[in-house]
Design a protein around this ligand. Structure first.
Ligand code: GLU
Length: 414
């Protein structure tokens, strides 16, 4: 049976709560979302028929600031995946020191089977239905799996129509023309590379002599690949939902991207061996980057991973049991809440500019991103080294959960 992501997230939290000696009431309130909203979206499809979709928003915790987190459009979305992802957002925002809480949303749909017009209708229906729960000081959505800046543009329009005011700070990851920032699209992938760069320094690896395999070729995987190449790494394997490709002599990112754009999938990429996602995970490489969905490194395959570093571009790719195996095999894991935090840190910069009317250059945006993530990495490593016998995820949880718990206490919520 598939692991339940929400139960996994609770196990991670429970460990930290115990270590931090949090009292029972506080533990209970931090184990569940503060609010969970479920609605039905109704649109007219291109064929003239009515289509309905289940939609969620989980507002996990706002002790540190407004709920913040992406929206996924995915056929396998469930209430529990959304709950888990909203918990992870809470810890991620806390770890990186943002004045933001955590949330996440999702619509159960298959974007590959929907037209552009239908996606627009779903996005607008979602923003309208959830409008009263959103706002720059209440809950701020952003793009995630199978959503992008266009989704945010549609949502902003429907939201502003509903509430009758201009409020661009309600959504981040918007197109530049609507108050987005040119750095945001690449921010998550770039952040993966910044934190991996720090990890390589920490374990003493030379990027110019290292190889990487990237699982997932969406926004995170693609820009991580681009920036890994800039750092001098050789990428020897990629995958997408159609399968994987591998060549130990390297596959240039530009070539993979061109092929993907033209053929919609990487499967038949020439000059590379085709294999399954499972086989790709077992290949020799220095850095393995899961950048697709949750629950891909489990007790069943963790032992087969040969990489020295795992950089979690995806949210929740590793189960708690798999974490133990990786730790015993001395694999250095950069946990999701640190590794892929570039996205929400970039979102925070966008929100700050929307609220203040400032306009940062790309250089300032990327320099600040580097500072925030490098600093978060150092904080986690410090805890990892002082605590001893804990992994990097546990170290990150200790820092992140403590900040939220302190904020809860200061507010007198428990
Ligand atoms: N969806 C991204 C994440 O999981 C970004 C969230 C945001 O920018 O709010 O971190």
């Amino acid at each position: 049976m598939k692991n339940n992501a929400f139960i996994e997230s609770q196990k991670q939290f429970d460990w930290a709560a115990k270590q931090l000696n949090l009292d029972k009431k506080l533990r209970t309130s931090l184990r569940y979302p503060q609010n969970f909203i479920q609605k039905r979206l109704i649109i007219r499809g291109d064929d003239g028929r009515i289509k309905t979709f289940t939609a969620f928003r989980s507002q996990y915790n706002n002790a540190l600031g407004p709920f913040k987190g992406g929206l996924r459009f995915h056929p396998e979305e469930t209430a529990d995946t959304v709950r888990a992802l909203s918990a992870w957002m809470t810890w991620k925002c806390s770890l990186t020191g943002l004045p933001l809480g955590g949330g996440k949303g999702g619509v159960v749909c298959n974007p590959k089977k929907l037209s552009e017009k239908e996606l627009e209708k779903i996005s607008k229906a979602y923003a309208k239905k959830f409008a009263k729960h959103f706002g720059p000081w209440t809950d701020i959505p952003a793009p995630d799996v199978y959503t992008n800046s266009q989704t945010m543009a549609w949502m902003l329009e429907a939201y502003e129509q509903s509430v009758g005011i201009s409020a661009p700070g309600t959504f981040t990851g918007k197109p530049v023309e609507l108050g987005g920032h040119e750095g945001r699209t690449e921010a998550t992938g770039l952040g993966v590379v910044i934190t991996t760069r720090e990890a390589m320094k920490h374990v003493g690896m030379n990027p110019k002599k290292s190889t990487a395999i990237i699982q997932g070729f969406g926004n995170v995987g693609q820009y991580a690949a681009k920036h890994f190449e800039k750092l001098g790494l050789k990428i020897i394997g990629y995958s997408d939902s159609s399968g994987a490709i591998f060549n130990k002599n390297g596959i240039k990112f530009e070539d993979a991207l061109k092929f993907k754009i033209k053929n919609k999938s990487l499967r038949k990429f020439p000059k590379a061996e085709a294999m399954s996602n499972e086989q790709l995970l077992e290949q020799n490489c220095d850095i393995f980057i899961p950048a697709a969905l949750e629950n891909v490194i489990t007790e069943k395959n963790a032992d087969k991973i040969k990489a020295k570093i795992i950089a979690e571009g995806a949210n929740g790719p590793t189960t708690v049991k798999a974490d133990e195996i990786l730790y015993n095999n001395s694999i250095f894991v950069i946990p999701d809440l640190l590794c892929n935090a570039g996205g929400v840190v970039g979102s925070y910069f966008e929100w700050v500019q929307n609220n203040s009317g400032e306009n940062w250059t790309l250089k300032k945006y990327n320099d600040e991103l580097d500072k925030v993530l490098t600093n978060a990495f150092q904080t986690v490593v410090k805890t990892y080294e002082t605590e001893k016998h804990i992994n990097m995820r546990q170290a990150a949880y200790l820092v992140a959960v403590k900040r939220v718990a302190d904020a809860m206490k200061l507010r007198g919520r428990v």
